[in-house]
Ligand binder design. Structure first.
Ligand code: SOE
Length: 378
């Protein structure tokens, strides 16, 4: 049976997931058959182009019109659009893959997780970095006990796309739409990776948030334009979320956590890094070198750089020979293979909305701690 999919949102994440679906038949022939059925959005011109580019059959401008036409809803919209379409889909036993973070508020995330518990449908959250082969290898290393007791986890996610104060305002700068800035957009990935690798939860945090540029021009085609050279005033909008965050964390099992994310880390494009220090060894990962995992084993004198591209490494037998490295987009292919296979096989899928809620609780506690200046229980 072919799974009919609907995408709410068709820009960056729309392309990443549509590309992933297009690769499955050739590289994962045992993946369930999937049709890119309907795109959901508001701008009919953009939708018309996107339908062709992303290989969909049609588009609608109201998500309610798509729910009973699809088997799977991909919710790729802004964070404040995650709750209602996802909850309605789940209430109609339509499977959902929601982009991260789960929602713009903890309250909305709790409603989404409740709807997922009540539904027979599968509800996944798109923490795609769990599907990097090196990260899966790291998880196996920790689970094997080879690194001993994990005393430290140190995770940063550094970008610099907003360091220019004239970089235009977007929904990612709005507390109302996004809920938080670098914290939820990037920190969510770090917190999920730490939960995934440690198999543990964060118990308490001490957080600090910072906004470096507190208003930005509204881009052309927004409501108002950057000065078109006629001297007209440039419309600007307030930035109401963090540009960067740092947080200390204590995990239930005692591991000490150090987290940081920034959109102002000049010189870093997409440096999603995580390091674990155990009593018998350590590991280090950097998304900008995603085929590699640095491992320190008990009997080795220093970190060894492992190129994770062998056929028996996770997912690699589907791709190319050793050393023919993969990229960022392949994490979405692996994620969609796992998600759609779970739907087809009626098996559990992780990360699910429960994982999304666990991360949202940590995000909210970090924001609360920043407000009070106190260590805060999740
Ligand atoms: C932010 O620029 C962003 O696109 C995040 O929203 C994604 O989750 C991350 O994978 C790449 O960076």
């Amino acid at each position: 049976m072919t799974l009919k999919t609907g995408f709410l949102g068709y820009r960056f994440m729309g392309r990443a997931h549509a590309n992933a679906l297009s690769r499955l038949p050739m590289f994962f022939p045992d993946a369930p058959a999937v049709n890119r059925e309907v795109l959901i959005g508001r701008d009919e011109d953009a939708l018309g182009t996107a339908v062709d580019e992303l290989g969909f059959d049609r588009y609608v401008t109201d998500w309610r019109d798509a729910i009973d036409e699809v088997d799977v809803l991909y919710n790729l919209g802004p964070n404040d659009l995650h709750p209602d379409p996802s909850i309605t889909a789940l209430e109609n036993d339509v499977h959902v893959l929601s982009e991260k973070p789960l929602a713009h508020t903890l309250e909305a995330a709790e409603r989404m997780a409740e709807a997922a518990r009540e539904s027979d449908a599968t509800a996944g959250i798109a923490f795609n970095y769990r599907f990097v082969p090196a990260i899966q290898l790291a998880r196996d290393l920790v689970a094997s006990g080879e690194l001993g007791e994990i005393n430290h986890v140190r995770a940063t996610y550094l970008q610099d796309w907003l360091v220019d104060p004239d970089a235009p305002w977007s929904w990612r700068n709005s507390a109302e739409r996004a809920g938080s800035g670098a914290l939820g957009d990037l920190g969510a990935h770090s917190i999920d990776l730490a939960r995934f690798l440690l198999g543990d939860d964060v118990e308490r945090v001490s957080g600090h948030l910072r906004t470096f540029v507190d208003e930005r021009p509204v881009a052309e085609g927004g409501t108002g334009g950057i000065d078109a050279g006629d001297g007209s005033a440039v419309e600007t909008r307030e930035v109401t979320v963090d540009d960067a965050y740092t947080a200390q964390a204590e995990f239930a099992g005692g591991t000490m956590g150090l987290f940081e994310a920034s959109r102002f880390a000049t010189g870093h494009d997409n440096a999603n890094t995580i390091e674990l220090n155990g009593s018998k060894g350590s590991l280090r990962f950097d998304l900008e070198r995603l085929n590699e995992l640095e491992v320190l084993r008990a009997d080795s004198r220093g970190f060894e750089t492992v190129l994770v591209t062998d056929p028996d490494d996770p997912y690699l037998e589907h791709w190319w020979p050793p050393g023919h490295v993969i990229g960022w987009e392949h994490t979405f292919v692996h994620e969609n293979y796992a998600f759609l296979s779970a739907i087809d096989g009626g098996t559990d899928y992780a990360p699910d909305f429960g994982d999304g809620l666990a991360v949202q609780r940590v995000l909210e506690a970090i924001q609360r701690s920043d407000r009070t200046g106190e260590w805060t229980t999740v």
